[in-house]
Design a protein around this ligand. Structure first.
Ligand code: GDP
Ligand code: ZN
Length: 293
């Protein structure tokens, strides 16, 4: 049986990408039994009825599943942050990183609008970029205006399902347009002034970009730590997690425990203090979270 990947779902049809062809498939009750609704991003087994049409027989196990936008098997998130307008925020970046890590998605940090930075701002951003690289992240400095750093992004899209994420106005649509000029996603300039969100009425769709697939709708619209437990947080900060292997106590939360290697590393400047501050803030936020029923 042929296999493929759902790249678009619309009006009861699933568009399955397989062997460089797109087959329009219907579902046939199979997944209704096990309560699986096929999602864009799903790997499926299908039966072809002819060159163009078929029906889905099976939805393979998912590696992850985002709710907004509804999409499965996301490999990678391009976290888009502007250097200025709005100003770069490590607190917000760390929040996105935690959510992405928790979903077992690989983050790529992309700092846009570098063309708008003053010399001092430029230096500051470069310092942050070095910090995050030392923490193990990929960081790209870009400008959709001058196309600085755009080419460097392509290889990271290869063979992956990527979503772009980031606050409104940071330059996600501009970046997608710069990567793929045929796309013509409207930028905030036009759409927000018309009073309608640019993506509200549209279905999510995976578009081909280079040798990868990119969701045409930004991900991680909710930034709350709904399901994350206090003990998970360590794993969502890979730099802190690496250090925590040297903590005296297993399961050390790096707050009041003695002989904590993470706190020691903050003292010596080996780990950036702001990462630890955000870790503590998020821990508190999770602690204060009202129980869900
Ligand atoms: P989105 O909401 O994240 O999709 O952001 P947009 O792509 O709509 O960009 C918001 C505004 O920032 C628009 O006015 C863009 O023209 C502008 N913009 C985006 N990227 C850049 C950039 O790299 N340099 C400059 N100078 N302006 C940019
Ligand atoms: Zn510790």
């Amino acid at each position: 049986m042929p296999e493929g990947k759902i790249i678009k779902a619309l009006s009861g049809f699933y568009y399955v990408y397989s062997d460089d062809e797109i087959i329009q498939c219907r579902g046939r009750g199979v997944f209704r039994k096990n309560k699986v609704t096929p999602l864009v991003g799903d790997e499926v087994v299908f039966q072809a009825e002819n060159d163009k049409e078929g029906y889905i027989l099976e939805v393979k196990d998912r590696k992850n599943e985002l709710v907004r936008p509804p999409i499965a098997n996301v490999d990678q998130a391009i976290l888009v942050f502007s250097a200025v307008e709005p100003d770069f925020s490590t607190a917000l970046l760390d929040r996105f990183l935690v959510l992405v890590e928790y979903n077992r998605i690989k983050p790529i940090i992309c700092i846009t609008k570098m063309d708008l930075t003053s010399e001092d701002q430029h230096k500051q951003i470069q310092m942050y970029a070095e910090d995050y690289k030392r923490s193990g992240y990929t960081v790209l400095l870009t400008s959709s205006e001058t196309e600085e750093g755009i080419k460097e992004l392509y290889p990271y899209l290869d063979g992956e399902i990527s979503v772009f994420a980031g606050q409104s106005g940071v330059g996600k649509s501009s970046l997608l347009n710069a990567l793929n000029p045929d796309l013509d996603l409207r930028t905030d300039d036009i759409s927000s002034h018309l009073g309608r969100g640019k993506h509200t009425t549209r279905h999510v769709e995976l578009i081909r970009m280079g040798n990868g697939l990119v969701a045409d709708t930004p991900g991680f619209s909710s930034l709350e730590f709904m399901e994350i437990e206090m003990s998970d947080l360590n794993f969502c900060f890979p730099d802190i997690q690496l250090k925590s292997e040297e903590c005296k106590f297993r399961g050390c939360l790096h707050i009041a425990e003695p002989k904590c290697a993470v706190k020691a590393a903050i003292e010596t400047g080996e780990l950036p203090a702001y990462r630890y501050e955000h870790y503590k803030q998020f821990l508190q936020e999770i602690k204060d979270r009202k129980p869900r029923y």
